[in-house]
Write a protein that binds this ligand. Structure first.
Ligand code: MG
Length: 380
């Protein structure tokens, strides 16, 4: 069965409440959703979230890369059967994008759409390629930057709904007071981690982390900007808190360098950042072999499409330290699927068992929330 058409939707779904960290403030989702169609009319949906400070992509370069580089090389080609994740991922060409670390949001969006389409055509759920090892997934809460009283209010809400794992954004002048206040509001049973989004200098990281370590910090995400792995390795020796790579981990080569340099304790594997499910799975498996823990992370403002893919990945890994995402309408004014992916009490969510990614996307909602639609067909 050949792929005959694709539609790109540049989404802009408003947030219920703005979300900020040291690298940006976000008031709406700016994902790009890809819908592919095969010659029998079977459709599949994928999503990527371009971030200039993560992969180096923005919405415009992602639309162009999909239109001019990725789509022409899969259009009119025979889709491999839906029995092997690697074969489906290998169906996509290897591409690069000038000025970007890797065009991974673009690749992830198309990979997920192709995967969803191939599985739907066969009437099979993604679990047939990625068998789950647990019956539910437990998500973390994430506390946005902003005034400390607001962070405390969020921490209290998270405690009230029984979330066990919480992350707080840091990288500001008041970090020590902020972490102290959040820990107090959460109580001592919750696991607390920090995410600096690369905002600290080496000295500042050492100072803050030594000061807050007695509060019980499970991990610190991206304390330093993306740069030489030696810097992270040196920091790791200077602080009593486990380090998680996020912005430093985009490509498989990044993963290898971080492992070889013994630079971090954990990887934050995110499907859009890491270039799709197959690549994310490979990085997670490589990490496990090297004794590096894995968090299945998410993109702020992702829709149910990326959340569904993340759910499958989190359910399938042999061990997973933390899981993020599936905020759904806790953050988005409207999500794009019939099924809600939003986590519930204690952060728990059940597995998705329907065909493909396991959600049904409502195309009319995409149309309503889009700022640009590109229709792509085959050259012939
Ligand atoms: Mg992060």
């Amino acid at each position: 069965m050949r792929l005959v058409a694709a539609t790109l939707y540049a989404l802009r779904i408003p947030f219920v409440e703005s979300f900020s960290h040291s690298a940006t403030e976000r008031r709406w989702s700016d994902s790009v959703v890809v819908r592919v169609r095969d010659e029998a009319g079977t459709e599949g949906f994928g999503e990527g979230t371009p971030r200039p400070y993560v992969t180096g992509e923005i919405v415009e370069t992602m639309l162009e890369h999909l239109t001019c580089e990725l789509w022409p090389r899969v259009a009119d080609r025979e889709l491999p059967p839906a029995c092997n994740l690697e074969a489906l991922a290998a169906f996509l060409p290897e591409t690069s994008l000038a000025g970007a670390i890797a065009p991974h949001a673009s690749r992830a969006a198309l990979e997920l759409a192709v995967l969803d389409c191939a599985l739907r055509r066969a009437g099979r759920p993604l679990a047939t390629l990625l068998p789950p090892r647990r019956s539910r997934v437990t998500y973390s809460g994430v506390i946005t930057a902003g005034p400390i009283p607001r962070a405390v209010q969020h921490a209290r809400q998270m405690r009230a709904i029984g979330l066990h794992d919480v992350k707080v954004k840091v990288g500001f002048d008041d970090d020590i007071a902020r972490v102290t206040a959040v820990r107090e509001a959460l109580g001592h049973d919750a696991s607390l981690r920090l995410d600096a989004n690369g905002a600290w200098s080496f000295e500042r990281a050492v100072h803050v982390l030594n000061a807050v370590a007695p509060l019980g910090i499970a991990a610190v995400e991206q304390p330093l900007p993306r740069g030489p792995v030696e810097d992270l390795a040196r920091l790791r020796q200077a602080i009593p808190v486990p380090i998680m790579a996020d912005e430093s981990l985009v490509t498989p080569a990044d993963a290898e360098a971080l492992i070889a340099g013994e630079a971090v304790d954990l990887f934050n594997v995110r499907i859009s950042k890491c270039g799709g499910l197959a690549r994310s799975l490979a990085i997670a498996e490589r990490a496990a072999k090297a004794g590096v823990g894995v968090q299945v992370g998410s993109q702020v403002g992702e829709t149910a499409i990326l959340s569904a893919a993340g759910r499958h990945l989190a359910a399938a890994l042999p061990t997973v330290a933390f899981v993020e995402g599936s905020f759904g309408t806790l953050l988005l004014a409207e999500d794009v699927s019939v099924e809600s992916v939003r986590f519930g009490h204690r952060g728990e969510a059940s597995l998705l068992t329907g065909p493909g990614l396991g959600i049904r996307v409502v195309e009319e909602r995409l149309r309503r929330r889009t700022v640009a639609v590109h229709e792509l067909t085959t050259a012939g």
